[in-house]
Design a protein around this ligand. Structure first.
Ligand SMILES: Nc1ncnc2c1ncn2[C@@H]1O[C@H](COP(=O)(O)OP(=O)(O)O)[C@@H](O)[C@H]1O
Ligand SMILES: [Mg+2]
Length: 254
């Protein structure tokens, strides 16, 4: 089943000459882990924010499981689409349990059901429920906060998860741990993940397919192997060459 389909999606922000997105078309199957790779300003966040209608396209269409998202109530739509960003935005005066239970609470789940769900989610994201449920965000490390952000986004069991550079502000070692955890979580859930990053290693490690973007265009959308073996564009070639140069450095010093 096709989870997300972009059909010639275009966006130009008012006052800007360049297109933020220029006729982006792509089709994503249910259960895929897609990474979106590109330099700052190339349109990654814009594409993600259109997928849960934080932005509207100027033209083109976006379908979620075969349905036009433009026809859906945005609030309803966002309940089915988890969203994780770099600045998690946990409520500082609420505990971990209260933060994760926020959306279920608004939907009038009873207290017992919320408690059970919080236990489930904390376990899923690798935090011991009894140690962490009563903590406040200030009592968590950056990596732990990102895990809570992930738990929060998963609370209502959305079919699609949008992750916008969620590990961008995390140190290298914690980041590797979180990447592995995310792969494990994705593997166990069967959900569709869309993960934005500007780090080529992260993109190629996590994505079963990678979307490579530049200046609002989708240049190539393929498996990491196919992209490396058959770069479809000079920009992609340069990107891969630069990654290889780093690799050569590591080989030279070890
Ligand atoms: N709300 C906005 N208003 C005006 N311009 C915007 C807005 N959001 C993004 N842009 C512009 O659109 C382009 C793409 O931005 P963005 O999608 O945030 O890039 P990325 O996430 O890849 O860094 C950039 O030129 C950016 O300045
Ligand atoms: Mg961005």
């Amino acid at each position: 089943m096709t989870a997300i389909e972009y059909r010639k999606v275009c966006k130009q922000f008012t006052g800007s000459r360049a297109y933020a997105l220029q006729s982006v078309s792509a089709s994503i199957e249910e259960g895929e882990f897609i990474t979106i790779l590109g330099s700052s300003g190339c349109g990654k966040t814009t594409l993600l924010k259109m997928t849960n209608r934080l932005y509207e396209p100027d033209s083109g269409e976006i379908l979620l499981f075969g349905e036009h998202i433009g026809d859906k109530d945005p609030v309803e739509l966002r309940r089915g689409v988890g969203y994780v960003i770099q600045q998690v935005g946990l409520f500082p005066h609420l505990t971990v349990e209260e933060n994760i239970g926020m959306m279920p609470g608004l939907l009038k789940w009873d207290r017992e059901r919320i408690a059970v769900r919080v236990t489930e989610l904390l376990t899923l994201v690798g935090l011991e429920p009894e140690r962490f449920r009563g903590r406040y965000p200030s009592q968590l490390s950056g990596g732990q906060q990102q895990r809570i952000g992930l738990a929060l986004a998963l609370a209502l069991d959305p079919k699609v998860m949008l992750l916008d550079e969620p590990f961008g502000a995390i140190d290298a070692i914690t980041r590797l741990n979180l990447q592995n955890e995310l792969l494990r979580i994705h593997g166990g859930l069967g959900k569709t993940f869309l993960f934005v990053t500007h780090d080529i290693n992260e993109a190629f490690k996590l994505g079963n397919r990678v979307m490579i973007m530049n200046e609002g265009r989708l240049l190539q959308f393929d498996t990491p192997k196919n992209i490396v073996q058959r770069p479809a564009d000079p920009f992609v070639e340069t990107l891969i060459r630069s990654a290889r140069e780093q690799e050569t450095f590591w080989e030279a010093v070890t």
